[in-house]
Write a new protein. Structure first.
Length: 367
């Protein structure tokens, strides 16, 4: 690991005290003191993890963080020289706060072992007292992983309401910029810093917010949340397909049939207009699901019979009952035309669409 890369990453570290201690790590590494760099690295890592717990406790009022902090505080008072609380901290950061994954926890445990080797003499088989040498490559690799797993991650990822915060940030960005740079924004600010467990929770949250929930917040954020969901799915299709299949009751069995007429009547509209129609398309959960399926046809194989029936019924009845030749009637034709994923036989589908198109042409000629 080259020094200039270390220094570049240093600029991304948020906590000023952590950054100060990391400068000592970089200095040791630069001067070839690799054993010292590993010892200070581990100390700094524990410090930064504690700072994250304190931030979650004091700033975000996280109850789990409070409990972790109080337990460590009591352990240090009871046994000041016993470092077991460090192992407890790493375990809880993984298991309770989900800031790091189980695999990443193993990486930190490996760093701790290397630190112990570097800091404590070893009696060899020949009864010679030695210190294990730390190679440059080993020190560099440990430093890189510590940055990726701990130093570059924000404590905010341990918040219980992190999903709501992300949805709000996505909406704010989308309102300002639109789709330009949206994927990079999501990746760099959140996804690249999250454990897979956190990503899975976010995916399920977005799925419900876009396709199931019908409250004001979900409706307002539906367009930006859908875009975020699409980018997430494209990043790990097989993984999220498994999440969907494993959580049918929560993600599929609550999908509801929606039609424009039902929505229109429920809100008491008394006029047919493009504006009302556009409002429906923006707020409709089932329209959002149809868009998602159209952009990711492979997702259709994950849907159960209940969900498929809800989508199919919605497509067949979406704009039915409005004047022949009106823009709503035409949109019904277009919706049925593009919902190819609902048809077993593509040739039959195109034949049916062609016949319906001919009907519209004859109607237009006679109008």
């Amino acid at each position: 690991m080259e020094i200039f890369i270390l220094e570049d990453q240093m600029e991304k570290v948020v906590n000023p005290k952590t950054k100060e201690y990391l400068e000592e790590v970089v200095s040791c590494y630069r001067n070839g003191n690799y054993r010292a760099s590993v010892v200070v690295l581990y100390t700094t890592l524990i410090f930064d993890l504690m700072q994250k717990i304190i931030t979650l406790k004091d700033v975000y009022n996280e109850e789990k963080a409070k409990n972790i902090y109080e337990k460590i505080k009591q352990d240090q008072m009871d046994k000041p020289s016993d470092p077991k609380w460090e192992t407890y901290l790493i375990n809880e950061i993984c298991q309770q706060m989900h800031i790091i994954s189980p695999v990443e926890k193993e990486e930190l445990e490996h760093l701790k072992k290397e630190r112990n080797y570097a800091a404590h003499p070893i009696v060899s088989e020949s009864e010679e007292l030695t210190l294990k040498p730390i190679r440059k490559e080993t020190a560099g690799d440990l430093i890189r992983k510590a940055f990726e797993i701990v130093f570059l991650r924000d404590a905010i990822l341990g918040r219980r309401d992190i999903n709501k915060k992300i949805v709000g940030d996505l909406k704010e960005y989308y309102s300002r910029v639109g789709e330009t740079g949206f994927k990079n924004y999501v990746d760099n600010k959140y996804l690249n810093r999250m454990t897979q467990a956190r990503k899975n929770e976010l995916f399920m949250f977005l799925w419900q917010a876009v396709f199931i929930w019908d409250n004001d917040d979900a409706t307002r954020d539906r367009d930006s949340s859908l875009l975020g969901l699409i980018y997430m799915y494209n990043g790990d299709r097989k993984g999220y397909q498994k999440i969907i299949k494993d959580n049918e009751d929560k993600l599929l069995n609550k999908i509801q049939v929606e039609t424009f007429s039902n929505w229109y009547n429920s809100l008491g509209y008394n006029e047919e207009s493009i504006e009302v129609y556009e409002n429906f398309k923006r707020s409709s959960r089932i329209i959002s699901l149809i868009k998602f399926i159209e952009s990711n046809p492979d997702i259709y194989s994950c849907l159960n019979e209940y969900c498929i029936n809800a989508v199919s019924s919605s497509v067949q009845q979406m704009y039915k009952g409005w004047a022949k030749g009106s823009f709503l009637d035409i949109d019904q034709f277009l919706l049925e035309s593009t919902a190819i994923f609902l048809k077993d036989n593509i040739d039959t589908h195109f034949k049916e669409i062609s016949e319906k198109k001919s009907e519209y042409v004859r109607y237009a000629d006679n109008s």
